[in-house]
Design a protein around this ligand. Structure first.
Ligand code: ATP
Ligand code: ZN
Length: 210
């Protein structure tokens, strides 16, 4: 039996469940449960916080997972990615206060930047030879400039309205993300076979949606 970890409640949850259902896999979903077993496919679904999914798949606690590439890469396990799923598209962007002068990423030299993505942002800045002071915070990153914690932020953006509402403007795209299917790298032959069946169905669902 394959164990698939998905986000318990959040922006990935509904699309992840819909994808599994559209693959013809039936299961009872009760939102208070931590796991459910499918009735017509050898699959168990685990409901977890998205941040925990890459580590659980890396360790083999779960065989498969559905998670944002942003969380996967930040966790340091990009090699677990099997395929993109086309939903939860968003970007990780740098933003500065609307009135701040900004010409290029070089202007961030020595600047305090608040983010929940220190690994991805650190690599981006290093490639460009910029040394900034990264302050890692886990939520409400966009208010950091207004409370004096940082002069810039790097956060997930989809429409940009949250940035505008906080008096910020987007100046650089650091990373583009979508939901991805991930898999443990040491699956047994039986599990690999099941993964292939699942991928085949997922690809058919995506073709049918186009
Ligand atoms: P958890 O409680 O599981 O830790 P969370 O608050 O960290 O949840 P969500 O806000 O539910 O996470 O976002 C989950 C993922 O959805 C993000 O990591 C990202 O890949 C994607 N995402 C985030 N914001 C958006 C958005 N505005 N539009 C589309 N996708 C987004
Ligand atoms: Zn999270």
């Amino acid at each position: 039996m394959l164990r698939l970890a998905i986000q318990k409640s959040g922006r990935l949850s509904e699309d992840s469940l819909n994808l599994i259902r559209e693959c013809g896999i039936s299961f009872l979903s009760a939102s208070y449960k931590l796991k459910t077993e499918a009735t017509n496919f050898p699959l168990e679904i685990l409901y977890l916080r998205d941040d925990d999914i890459p580590g659980y798949v890396q360790d083999g606690v779960a065989d498969l997972g559905i998670v944002g590439q942003n969380v996967l890469v930040e966790a340091g396990f990009p090699a677990l990615e099997v395929e993109g799923l086309g939903f939860s598209k968003c970007r990780l962007s740098l933003a500065v206060p609307r009135a701040a002068a900004y010409d290029s990423v070089q202007d961030l030299q020595g600047v305090n930047i608040a983010t929940s993505y220190p690994q991805i942002l650190g690599a981006y800045l290093m490639e460009r030879g910029v040394k900034a002071n990264l302050h890692t915070i886990s939520g409400s990153v966009e208010i950091a400039p207004s409370i004096g914690l940082a002069e810039a932020i790097c956060d997930i953006v989809s429409s940009g309205s949250t940035l505008l509402g906080n008096g910020l403007r987007e100046v650089e795209t650091v990373f583009r993300s979508e939901a991805v299917l991930i898999a443990n790298q040491n699956l047994s032959a039986e599990k690999k076979e099941l993964l292939e069946q699942l991928q085949f169905r997922m690809q058919a669902v995506r073709r049918a949606r186009r």
